[in-house]
Design a protein around this ligand. Structure first.
Ligand code: CA
Length: 232
């Protein structure tokens, strides 16, 4: 269960989001105005804020700055259209991610999980140590080991490994990795991911030609697997 605050003046959208999130077991508070939202942030201490940029009483970007002055709560911006300049400004103002209307609850829930993961907050009291084959990834201590030996990873290499280890076996797109690891929800180059993957591969003692843990799926993305476990 995640405590989520939804700040949205459109009744239909707000109810749909709230219903979807509550169905998933989240605790949802709402506000229909910017100042109401700010008050709720302070009062309810939500774990994530979903924030519509087009509010009746206050400019969304200003509101992000006001929230940031008081709280480090992750903010996911809701926007009416794919509007690059506004999104860039929102992210620069302190937003963590965004969704574009119309969006489904699954998409919002995935964004919520992603910002919480980035924030390093564990979903249970004890942060889990992820294990995939001989790899262990301790999210809280930010330590990864391979067959008992510590890996010397840069910050981004660790984040990349963590992002993949959080969903072992699942193909993760480079776009998702750019958004999660590099916070480049917009633009960003696949090349950034490729370069870091190749560095990570080297540290895991493997190569793209002879992969063990990191399997590239051409044109789709990459997945982390246990090399000793049969595929499928
Ligand atoms: Ca609106």
């Amino acid at each position: 269960m995640t405590r989520i605050l939804v700040v949205e003046d459109d009744d239909a959208i707000r109810s749909a989001v709230v219903r979807g999130l509550r169905d998933r077991g989240d605790a949802v508070a709402t506000a229909a105005t910017g100042l109401g939202g700010l008050e709720q942030v302070l009062k309810e201490q939500p774990e994530v804020v979903l924030l519509d940029l087009g509010l009746p009483d206050i400019d969304g970007l200003t509101l992000i700055s006001m929230i940031r002055a008081a709280s480090q709560v992750p903010i996911i911006v809701i926007t009416a259209q794919d509007d690059d300049p506004t999104m860039v400004r929102a992210l620069d103002s302190g937003a963590d991610d965004y969704v574009v209307k119309p969006f489904g609850t699954d998409q919002v829930a995935a964004r919520v999980r992603a910002v919480l993961r980035r924030g390093g907050r564990a979903t249970s009291a004890a942060a889990p140590v992820l294990r995939v084959g001989g790899l262990t990834i301790d999210e809280r201590a930010r330590v990864a080991t391979l067959d008992g030996r510590p890996l010397e990873l840069t910050r981004k290499e660790f984040d990349l490994l963590l992002a993949l280890a959080s969903r072992p076996g699942e193909v993760v797109s480079k776009r998702d990795l750019l958004a999660e690891v590099w916070q480049q929800a917009y633009g960003g180059s696949d090349r950034t991911v490729d370069v870091h993957l190749s560095w990570l591969r080297r540290k895991l003692g493997e190569s793209a030609a002879a992969p063990r843990y990191l399997l590239s799926v051409r044109g789709v993305g990459v997945r982390l697997v246990d090399p000793d476990e049969p595929a499928g």
